[in-house]
Design a binder for this molecule. Structure first.
Ligand SMILES: N[C@@H](CCC(=O)N[C@@H](CS)C(=O)NCC(=O)O)C(=O)O
Length: 228
């Protein structure tokens, strides 16, 4: 059994969607980010970085894993699925996973900070992160040319990692216009039952781009855990 400490954010969803896709037995525990529970001592013992998500594998002597890329690789290897084992397939998957970890996640994350959460609106900073996110979307567009999935001709943790962030493009204020491959790929992943279940962990959140009050509240809460 695995304990997942998480919150309803793209990084949290990367872990819960992976667990659902792999059919692993797990219990989700909601971490209250506005209350900064992720900075409490008990949490820092599991993840010194003080950020969600983190997993604890009870079948492996309470082994804790933090950083979503490492969590996804750990889970895929435990279940023996979603990460090809041949050298090239594994490398392709890792390339697109690292691309998400080092590019899509940080850039969209900062676009959200400055577009949605920061009290001052700094146009050049907002432009910088939104334009860089758009550039990275165009990289995915090229990566999907003539291909159904990002890596190894199969659905892998690389698709899950990138999907959980790219799907929030509206919240980041980044357009997906003129990117037919990326749009097709988003549409192919969304109806998967495991994705649907994973996106409802630890709680289902409203579509923030369609609900102004919910968006305001979410931004206020996000501000509380923002390190400036
Ligand atoms: N690189 C980390 C990023 C994790 C992360 O940034 N988590 C955010 C939520 S999406 C968080 O815990 N924010 C609260 C905080 O920064 O205190 C990973 O991939 O696991």
């Amino acid at each position: 059994m695995i304990d997942l400490y998480t919150a309803p954010t793209p990084n949290g969803h990367k872990a819960s969607v992976t667990l659902e896709e792999l059919g692993l037995d797990y219990t989700a525990h909601a971490v209250n980010l506005p209350k900064n529970e992720q900075k409490e001592e008990w949490f820092l013992k599991l993840n010194p970085n003080g950020r969600i998500p983190v997993i604890v594998d009870r079948e492996e002597g309470d082994f804790a894993v933090f950083e979503t890329g490492a969590i996804m690789v750990y889970l895929a290897e435990k279940a023996g699925r979603l990460l090809p084992t041949d050298a090239k397939g594994r490398s392709e998957t890792m390339q697109w996973l690292m691309f998400q970890m080092g590019g899509i996640g940080p850039m969209m994350g900062q676009a959200n900070v400055f577009h949605r959460y920061f009290p001052e609106k700094l146009p050049s900073v907002i432009d910088r992160y939104q334009n860089e996110s758009r550039r990275l979307f165009e990289v995915i567009e090229r990566g999907l040319e003539g291909k159904e999935w990002l890596a190894a001709d199969q659905y892998t943790i690389a698709d899950i990692a990138n999907y959980c962030w790219v799907k929030t493009y509206k919240w980041s204020g980044v357009s997906i216009e003129g990117l037919p491959n990326l749009q097709r790929w988003l549409k192919a992943i969304r109806p998967r039952p495991a994705v649907d279940r994973g996106l409802a962990v630890p709680v289902k959140v409203k579509n923030l781009t369609k609900d102004e009050d919910a968006a305001k509240k979410f931004a206020e809460n996000a501000r509380k855990s923002l390190q400036t």
